[in-house]
Design a protein around this ligand. Structure first.
Ligand code: GLU
Length: 255
């Protein structure tokens, strides 16, 4: 299978923005094993701004564009250093691709993105993709990595998109407020009710929330790709998904 895995900032860092070493080590080990089992993997990884905030010891995510862009430049470097080091332990090579929304609108760059991803996968290399936060402004950005991951999954003709987040999946009500909230196993189509369930809140260091994940699901489903939202706190969820267990919420792609 060709699988796109999206890792959110809250999965990769502590609230301070410092790296969650235990989590990253577990994720890299399991992702390497999944590659060893013969699957093709593309990572869409957030965490650049979060890691930059941590490295600079800033108290919170900056509001102003220049500091945000500086934090992204610093954090992206650390992020790739970590992936390079960790995946190399298991003999896997990573490659960085930084994109903006404008790149997908331009026919030439869009087909170059596709060709590069395909070639890297043929070479048994794992592309690690993020938005090029250091140069984007609102007008040309994708804006959040959930959407970016769905666009990448579509471009790469993926069979599955797994979004690892700090929540178990989509609930029938806000699980942080309602103890009776139940997880929804499968979503067959995105309706206004589904958007209503998504609420609005994201995390402190990341960008998305459930709404951006639903938007991503819409793009993936339309392209015929299944998308699963699962909790990144438990990296072994990745094994469980591939073993066919019911994990998180599955958005069934149009077949
Ligand atoms: N591109 C951002 C980063 O790496 C994350 C965007 C998001 O959280 O969706 O920090």
């Amino acid at each position: 299978m060709r699988i796109v895995v999206k890792l959110g900032t809250s999965t990769l860092t502590h609230e301070s923005g410092r790296i969650n070493i235990r989590r990253i080590e577990a994720l890299c080990k399991i992702l390497s094993d999944i590659k060893n089992a013969g699957h093709e993997l593309v990572l869409v990884s957030s965490g650049a701004i979060g890691l930059g905030v941590g490295k600079l010891n800033l108290k919170e995510k900056p509001e102003d564009m220049p500091t945000k862009q500086a934090a992204a430049a610093i954090g992206q470097c650390e992020l790739m250093y970590l992936y390079d080091k960790k995946f190399l332990e298991y003999n896997h090579i990573v490659a960085q691709i930084l994109l903006t929304g404008a790149d997908f609108e331009n026919e030439t760059s869009s087909s170059n993105i596709k060709n590069t991803i395909n070639r890297l996968l043929e070479l048994n290399v794992m592309p690690v993709i993020n938005e090029n936060d250091s140069i984007v402004t609102d007008e040309i950005s994708v804006g959040d990595n959930d959407t970016l991951a769905a666009i990448v999954a579509k471009q790469a003709d993926a069979d599955l998109l797994i979004v690892l987040s700090d929540i178990d999946g989509l609930y029938t009500a806000n699980p942080r407020e309602d103890p009776d909230a139940d997880i929804i196993d499968v979503v067959f189509s995105i309706t206004p009710e589904i958007y209503e369930l998504a609420g609005t809140k994201g995390t402190k260091l990341g960008t998305g929330g459930m709404v951006t994940k639903i938007k991503a699901a819409e793009i993936a489903m339309e392209a015929g790709i299944d998308m699963i939202i699962a909790n990144g706190k438990h990296p072994e969820n990745l094994y469980r998904i591939l073993d066919g267990e019911k994990v998180g919420t599955k958005f069934r792609g149009k077949k």
